[in-house]
Design a protein around this ligand. Sequence first.
Ligand SMILES: Nc1ncnc2c1ncn2[C@@H]1O[C@H](COP(=O)(O)OP(=O)(O)OP(=O)(O)O)[C@@H](O)[C@H]1O
Ligand SMILES: CC(=O)N[C@H]1[C@@H]2OC[C@@H](O2)[C@@H](O)[C@@H]1O[C@H](C)C(=O)O
Length: 386
Amino acid sequence: MATAPSSTDTSSPSLYIGLMSGTSLDGVDGALAAFGVDGGMATLATAYVPFPDELRASLMALQAGGENEIEREALAANALAVRYAQCVTALLEQAGLGPEQVHMVGVHGQTIRHRPELGFTRQTNNPALLAELSGIDVVADFRSRDVAAGGQGAPLVPAFHRAVFGDEWQSRVVVNIGGISNISILPAGSGQATSGFDTGPGNVLMDAWINRHQGKHYDADGAWGAAGQVHAGLLAQLSTEEFFRLPPPKSSGRDLFHLGWLQQALSRIGADIAPQDVQATLTALTASSIADAIAAHAPGTDTVYVCGGGADNGYLMRLLQERLAMRSAEKHIAVKSTAALGIAPNHVEALAFAWLAWRFDQRLPGNLPAVTGARGLRILGALYPA
Ligand SMILES: Nc1ncnc2c1ncn2[C@@H]1O[C@H](COP(=O)(O)OP(=O)(O)OP(=O)(O)O)[C@@H](O)[C@H]1O
Ligand SMILES: CC(=O)N[C@H]1[C@@H]2OC[C@@H](O2)[C@@H](O)[C@@H]1O[C@H](C)C(=O)O
C-alpha cells in the first residue's frame, strides 16, 4: 500500500476515523483517513484531545483491582466516550465534513487490564455512547477476538506498518515508543514474513518517576534524565526481568511495568541513587531493551523508524542510536522518525485504527498470527451502528 499523506490518487475513497488512547493515559490521538479502492491511503485530518487530570486519575486507579470497580469502570468509559466524540468533532471540522460522509470510527478504548494468559484483555470504552454522540458507525474491541483465538491480542500495528512502511529493498524495523514499546520487523520484499512483539517499557516508567519527583507528566526531550548518570548496577538489575528473555509472541503493559516493579529493583540494589540518575537509567533501559530485541530478532535491519511520543525524547533517541551501534558493530543502523516516510510519529497509531476499521468494514482480517500467536487470521472488532 502506498501512502500519500497530502494527496490521493484514489478514485472513490472511503473515509475512516481512527482513535487511539494508549498506555500513557495522556489523551486521545485521532486521524481521519481516506482509503482508495487501489489500497492507497491519505491522511485528511489529525487531532489530539488531552484527558483532564480527573479522568487520568480514574483510569490510573482502574489499572489495578480496587473497591467498586464495575461502577468506576462504567463511569470512566462514559467520560472516555465523551472525549472520543470531541476528537471526532475536531476531525470533521478540520476536514469540513459531516458525520454522514465518514464510513466508520475505529476506536481502541483504554487498556485497563491485559491478561491474555488468562484469556482476556480489557479496553474500557462505551462505543454505544460514541455512536450516539458522533452519528457514525463505531467499531471497537479489536483485541478480544485475537485473544479468543489463543493470541496475545497485541501488538496489532505490525500489519498496518507492513502495509504503509514495508519496502522492497530496505529491511526496516518500526518502533512504537508509547507507554510500552513494540517493534514491527519488516524484512525487505513484500513476500517476506512480518514479525513483531512488545519489547518492554517505553515511557511508562520514566513518566511515573518524573511525576513522583517533579509532578510533571513526562520528561520533556528527556532533559531531566540527560542531566543524570546511568547507574550500571540498577540497569543490570532491571534488565534481569524475565519478560526481556521470553521468546515472542509476547505483549506487556502496566500490569507488569509500574512503579512497584521499579521499587523492588531499587530495594534489591540497596544503594541510595539520586532521582535524576534513576531517570537516566530508566531511559537507558527503554533504549537497551529495544536495541537488544532488534539485535536478537532483526539483525539484518538497515533502518529503524521511530513513532509514538518517545520520538520526541532527544535523550532517548541518542541512547537508542548508541545502544544499536554497540550491538551491531559491523553494520550501521540508521535511526529515523517515521516522518521520514511521510507519517508524523504521533499520527501512526491513530491511523492504524482507521486502517483496522477499514479492514473490518471489508470483513478482512486485522491480525497477524505470526505476531500475536493466534491460531489464524481473524476479523477484529465489534460493530455499533450509528
Ligand atoms: N516532548 C516530549 N519529550 C519527551 N517525551 C515525550 C514528549 N512528548 C511526548 N512524550 C512521551 O510520549 C508519551 C505519549 O506517547 P504516545 O501517545 O505514543 O503513547 P500511548 O499511545 O499512550 O502509548 P502506547 O503506544 O503504549 O499505547 C508521553 O506520556 C511522554 O512520555
Ligand atoms: C494491550 C495493549 O493495549 N497493548 C498496547 C500497548 O501499547 C504499546 C504496546 O502495548 C502494544 O502492544 C499495544 O498497542 C499497539 C497500538 C498495538 O496493538 O500494536
